[in-house]
Design a protein around this ligand. Structure first.
Ligand SMILES: Nc1ncnc2c1ncn2[C@@H]1O[C@H](COP(=O)(O)OP(=O)(O)OP(=O)(O)O)[C@@H](O)[C@H]1O
Ligand SMILES: O=P(O)(O)OC[C@H]1O[C@H](OP(=O)(O)OP(=O)(O)O)[C@H](O)[C@@H]1O
Length: 228
């Protein structure tokens, strides 16, 4: 049996159900909104498990599910060397979001990452502590800043409502996912004039160790290539 992990709520769950329905596979909850078992119709040999989007990368890598739908951002953040454990089977065309670094709108002289690096250096000298960036994407943000030789900062963990940390004076800048940009605007934050740290979308992943004839048959049934 191939176990498929799907986000248990919200748009990601609904759009995943639609994506499979377009391929003739009907996914649904087994019972109430609070029940995390699922039902699969239209294909044999696959079962459905409803999980937190953030836990799907780890469940895949641990082999507790063979297939999983989640954002590429969460896979890259949660699994170091993700591609040795997981195979990216198909980008699904929804859940598009960019991981970005944003600063207060009023930092008029901070347009680029070079400006940001200079401000961070001065900030430390002036305040006696490193400029704080609130984020839940620790691995990705650290790696990106290191690549761009920005060193004078500290990460502050924020697992939600990250854009509020600047107004709350617990951080000077934030790194988070954005899609429409509305949350940033509402919190008087502005994206640096740089390419995003990462462009993410919902993607169907497989556990690499689970690739074999059964997986090949299933991915062929879904009209995907390279599932052997
Ligand atoms: N505004 C958005 N537009 C599109 N995609 C988004 C948006 N916000 C988050 N996402 C994507 O949705 C996925 C799930 O995000 P997140 O971890 O915030 O989910 P969640 O609903 O908090 O789930 P959970 O707390 O159960 O793990 C991520 O891959 C993220 O990139
Ligand atoms: O650019 P926008 O379209 O405004 O979307 C961005 C927001 O969406 C996500 O939050 P979500 O609603 O998933 O809640 P969270 O803060 O708990 O992650 C993300 O963390 C941003 O806060």
């Amino acid at each position: 049996m191939i176990r498929l992990g799907v986000p248990s709520k919200g748009r990601l769950m609904e759009q995943t159900f639609d994506w499979f329905a377009d391929r003739g596979v009907r996914l649904s909850r087994a019972g109430s909104d609070r029940e995390y078992a699922g039902r699969v119709e239209g294909v044999d040999g696959m079962s459905l498990v409803l999980l937190s989007a953030g836990e799907i990368p780890r469940e895949l890598a641990a082999g507790r599910i063979e297939l999983g739908v989640t954002g590429t951002d969460l896979v890259r953040e949660k699994l170091a060397g993700w591609s040795s454990d997981l195979v990216e089977l198909a980008p699904m065309g929804f859940g598009h979001a960019d991981l970005i670094l944003a600063v207060p709108d009023c930092w008029r002289d901070c347009a680029t990452l070079d400006d940001f690096a200079a401000i961070a250096r001065d900030f430390r000298a002036e305040h006696g502590f490193r400029l704080r960036i609130a984020t839940k994407y620790h691995r990705l943000v650290r790696a990106w800043l290191a690549t761009h030789e920005v060193a004078d900062y500290q990460l502050v963990d924020s697992q939600g409502a990250t854009e509020g940390t600047v107004a709350n004076l617990t951080a000077e800048a934030i790194a988070d996912i954005t899609s429409s940009g509305e949350t940033l605007r509402a919190n008087n934050l502005r994206i640096l004039d740089e390419a995003p740290i990462l462009r993410s979308q919902a993607t169907l992943f497989a556990n690499r160790a689970a690739m074999g004839p059964a997986m090949a048959a299933l991915t062929a049934r879904l009209g995907l290539h390279g599932g052997g």
